[in-house]
Design a binder for this molecule. Structure first.
Ligand SMILES: [Fe+2]
Length: 167
């Protein structure tokens, strides 16, 4: 059976994430807390397997192009996304958000999340240079992460190898 194209899947995920993040910001701005909570749940489900795939499989392979310092900075970018997702989940668990709170949440998404989507999509440029065997191992890793389907915040809490203190 032909395997999925891992880089195509990877980019498709980014487009889905882009759509969900734009929707989430719109819902927060409009004070539609219940809708925003649902959108955040969709993101949690989609991004969990994606981050796991990146940290366990893709980023280690990319180290040979970028070296350790950039690898570490990619993990720190994930720390910031995870912290922001936690903050959002907490804020959206309340029934209502004050205008100032809405503004701060949207700003947190813009500062801590959107740049990583851009950066991550850019990594495809270098991932294309991986060998056929490496790309096959990535296809397998994406399929496995999706099959197991651990949402982002659960993965960060219970399974992620890297632990960070939060920021
Ligand atoms: Fe990504």
């Amino acid at each position: 059976m032909a395997r999925i194209d891992p880089l195509k899947e990877f980019s498709e995920d980014h487009k889905k994430v882009r759509e969900l993040l734009l929707r989430l910001m719109e819902e927060i701005e409009a004070g539609r807390v219940e809708d925003a909570r649902r959108t955040l749940q969709e993101l949690d489900k989609l991004v969990g397997p994606h981050f796991r795939f990146e940290e366990e499989s893709l980023y280690p392979l990319l180290q040979r192009f970028f070296g350790k310092a950039y690898y570490e900075s990619l993990l720190r970018a994930h720390d910031r996304v995870i912290d922001t997702a936690r903050k959002l989940a907490q804020a959206l668990s309340k029934g209502q958000l004050a205008p100032e709170e809405r503004r701060q949440l949207v700003e947190a998404i813009r500062t801590n999340v959107l740049p990583h989507v851009v950066e991550c999509e850019g990594l495809v440029l270098f991932a294309e240079k991986l060998s056929k065997a490496e790309l096959e191992s990535l296809a397998e890793a994406i399929e496995r992460a999706r099959r197991e389907g651990i949402p982002l915040l659960e993965w960060a809490e219970k399974h992620r190898k890297r632990h960070h203190g939060g920021c």
